[in-house]
Design a protein around this ligand. Structure first.
Ligand code: NCD
Length: 338
């Protein structure tokens, strides 16, 4: 089991049985994520949550997941609020924080930085996004969602046809998802990007090497026709050298209900790692799709908590004992408006 006590830095570390196990643990933890039951299995454990780049769902869902297992979360956000701004090295920061915590989740703008940090850490480190490189936990929750959506259509992951759309060059969520899907059989990838924002060659070569079908497209309509899943992404403007350059790509591929109806097969699932860029010049995912029942974006975000709980349970080796420390909810019951 490659999760046990390990740093989680890249999808390259994993094989298909690891993912089967992760998803089985996530299924098992569902009542705790939904707060139908509670567990204190991580009571006494401390998570350090270090986000040196903007984040909403990744940071909060990692923190909630740790809390739901009974652990405590300490966090810092933004480089300016940490001693990195005083010139402290990643290694020194890792030495210090691993004396304070049992696990560290980290996001950083530089590719490879989380791995560098992990080398000096004495506790497991989870990569919550390192620059334009990878975002493994996002890929896990995306694939978990894909599995659920396809199960609802009587299909599995093998043989999946997926269009990955937008900024495939800088999109770390796409990089990790491409690698993760490649662990399955006979995947058809339709990589739809504007010229200049194609997926890195090393990733495409890896997909070919594993015998998958890969088609590259520069036109949205051509890429979205014969697929089960549309995975739309935001232009990663923060990765461009200048805003002027980023603006050249803004709003190039905009999916809306009209285009979906005209070009997609019925019931094609629509996904996005979020955030979607809602500014008028962008809107890669139009709000007119919000009523479309195939829009799975908030099912993805909801799954973020349970999948991250499963990651913690496996890394910290408590997955087997969760139920021993379970209790029915006696104080607060989760309430959701319809
Ligand atoms: C993604 C990321 O940070 O890479 N967001 C997320 O974590 N859900 C995608 C993005 O920012 O576009």
């Amino acid at each position: 089991m490659r999760f046990t006590g390990a740093h989680i830095l890249s999808i390259d570390q994993f094989a298909r049985p690891d993912i089967d196990r992760l998803f089985a643990v996530a299924d098992d933890l569902r009542p705790y994520a939904d707060r139908l039951r509670t567990t204190r299995i991580l009571q006494g454990a401390i998570l350090s949550s270090m986000f040196f780049e903007p984040s909403t769902r990744t940071r909060i869902s990692f923190g909630s997941a740790f809390n739901l297992l009974g652990g405590e979360v300490r966090e810092t956000t933004g480089i300016k609020a940490s001693s990195l701004a005083k010139g402290e090295s990643l290694q020194d920061t890792a030495r210090v924080l691993s004396g304070y915590s049992d696990l560290i989740v980290m996001r950083h703008p530089q590719a490879g930085s989380v791995a560098e940090f992990a080398e000096a850490s004495r506790v497991p480190v989870i990569n919550a996004g390192d620059g334009d490189n990878e975002h493994p936990s996002q890929a896990f929750l995306d694939l978990y969602t894909i599995k659920q959506e396809m199960a609802g259509r009587g299909q599995g992951i093998d043989g999946l046809r997926i269009a990955l759309i937008g900024d495939l060059r800088f999109g770390r969520a796409v990089h990790s998802l491409c690698k993760l899907l490649a662990l399955y059989n006979g995947i058809s990838y339709h990589l739809v990007s504007p010229p200049g924002l194609e997926a890195p060659e090393a990733i495409v070569a890896g997909l070919h090497q594993r015998g998958h079908h890969v088609a590259l497209h520069h036109e949205l309509e051509a890429g979205i026709r014969n697929v089960d899943i549309l995975y739309v992404t935001r232009t990663q403007e923060e990765r461009f050298p200048t805003q002027v350059e980023a603006n050249r790509y803004r709003g190039l591929f905009r999916l809306n209900q009209d285009i979906y109806t005209q070009h997609c097969q019925p019931n094609t699932v629509i996904m996005h790692p979020l955030p979607r860029d809602s500014r008028s010049a962008a809107q890669e995912l139009d709000a007119d799709l919000d009523e479309n029942p195939n829009l799975a974006i908030f099912r993805q975000t909801d799954n973020g908590v349970v999948v991250r709980m499963a990651m913690f349970a496996l890394v910290l080796q408590v997955a087997e004992q969760v139920h021993d420390h379970a209790q029915p909810v006696t104080w607060y019951t989760a309430k959701r408006m319809p």
